[in-house]
Unconditional design. Structure first.
Length: 125
């Protein structure tokens, strides 16, 4: 499966709380027993990971663990990116790239999103 392209814009120093509705055939996918991982890098070929989000480090929530209450067509998201304001403040403003992968219990990896991640600098400190 080829991932969808979506560019994310985030404000430096603000909590990243981003809901995602991952569907297959228009139906929300049951993500029980899945894990997820997302990395920000300056460039695709960069060895340096600027920020990692995962179900392991608690920066990605899946399924019933999603706390964001935003609805899309009356449906709660099944993926949530969640990074504290202090962590976002520690990152340099700029343009990054990212991708987001889901892995099921059989270790089958599915990239679901990729794109640019723009972090706009905070003025008020």
């Amino acid at each position: 499966m080829y991932p969808g392209k979506y560019d994310i814009k985030q404000y430096q120093g603000a909590t990243l709380d981003y809901p995602i509705w991952y569907r297959s055939g228009g139906i929300l996918v049951n993500l029980t027993s899945y894990t997820a991982k997302m990395q920000l890098r300056a460039r695709v070929d960069s060895a340096v990971v600027v920020l990692e989000l995962s179900t392991t480090n608690g920066r990605i929530l899946l399924g019933s663990n999603v706390t964001n209450t935003t609805l899309n067509g009356g449906v709660k998201a099944n993926v949530q990116l969640l990074v504290s304001a202090s962590v976002m403040a520690s990152l340099a403003a700029g343009q990054y790239v990212y991708d987001l992968d889901l892995t099921n219990a059989s270790a089958y990896n599915t990239p679901i999103l990729y794109g640019a991640f723009t972090l706009t600098g905070e003025v008020t400190r």
